[in-house]
Design a protein around this ligand. Sequence first.
Ligand SMILES: NC(=O)c1ccc[n+]([C@@H]2O[C@H](COP(=O)([O-])OP(=O)(O)OC[C@H]3O[C@@H](n4cnc5c(N)ncnc54)[C@H](O)[C@@H]3O)[C@@H](O)[C@H]2O)c1
Length: 283
Amino acid sequence: MTRHRLGVLGAGVMGTAIATLGIGMGIPVVLVDVDDEKLATAREQIAYQRRLAQLMGSLPREVEPGELVTTTDVADLRDTTAVVESITEKAGLKYKVLAEVSAVVGASTLLVSNTSAIPIDEMADSVTGPERFVGVHFMNPPYLIKTVELIRGPRSSDAAIAAATELLAALGQQPVLVGDGPGFVINRILQRMINEAARIVEDGVATPEAVDAAFTGCLGHRTGPLATADLIGLDNVVDSLVVLHERTGDDGYRPCDLLKEKVASGDWGRKTGRGFFEHGGTQ
Ligand SMILES: NC(=O)c1ccc[n+]([C@@H]2O[C@H](COP(=O)([O-])OP(=O)(O)OC[C@H]3O[C@@H](n4cnc5c(N)ncnc54)[C@H](O)[C@@H]3O)[C@@H](O)[C@H]2O)c1
């Protein structure tokens, strides 16, 4: 019997995947979104993702699934033991939602952000009890990739790091502890690489296929930067680059025109069926 009751804010690509992880490990989940349509499809999507993870051997088959509650009301998070915020990568939205959540949950509830790039200490200003706030950067999809960045902000307490480590163990995840700062470790490097890869295509130096073939064939990467960008979602890539550019002033993070054009024309990658590449479904 688990002692965890997990809240997840945001029923998008990552929120539903984190909910899948919780439910698949027998932890009850309250999933909150402002968009009724997202919530309407979340249950089916989570069931599909759980079956896929079980088939791949990365979620147990014998565990009774945790209960799923979907809601638009943040107050439904009041009885949770931990809340993972995984809404759109816009700092203002995150400040607002974190303030709302910390007002409804108990004082001992662990608060986590799955932000890609916004420094934890910046968001901690919006949280009541900033010592219980940490970052966990889950990989996409977390029910198949079992390592996360665990981000310790300057105000995160030892107790919060211990609680997050314990929660991650219950979710079958292995943390790599890192410090705070725009993009932490992975996205400080990865987002710049994606931007440069897109700029290479924009400049006509190579096709998306050639860029990715060079990374997979020559360097042995499992996925090229542009297929990775399509998996993340080009809308989220541009949002993350804007966060990084605004906070570092480094032009390597200024989203290139091709990325912005793709986002403007609705070619967001896997989630819309087309990005740098064509994708069969919209899963
Ligand atoms: N996509 C990835 O590969 C990836 C990986 C790791 C971390 N992240 C981070 O995870 C977070 C979510 O990314 P995503 O790819 O799932 O985005 P997404 O666009 O698929 O989903 C975001 C969801 O947040 C919801 N939302 C917006 N404002 C809200 C609010 N106030 N309350 C509740 N829900 C709200 C939206 O309706 C949407 O369903 C972002 O911070 C992103 O940077 C993304």
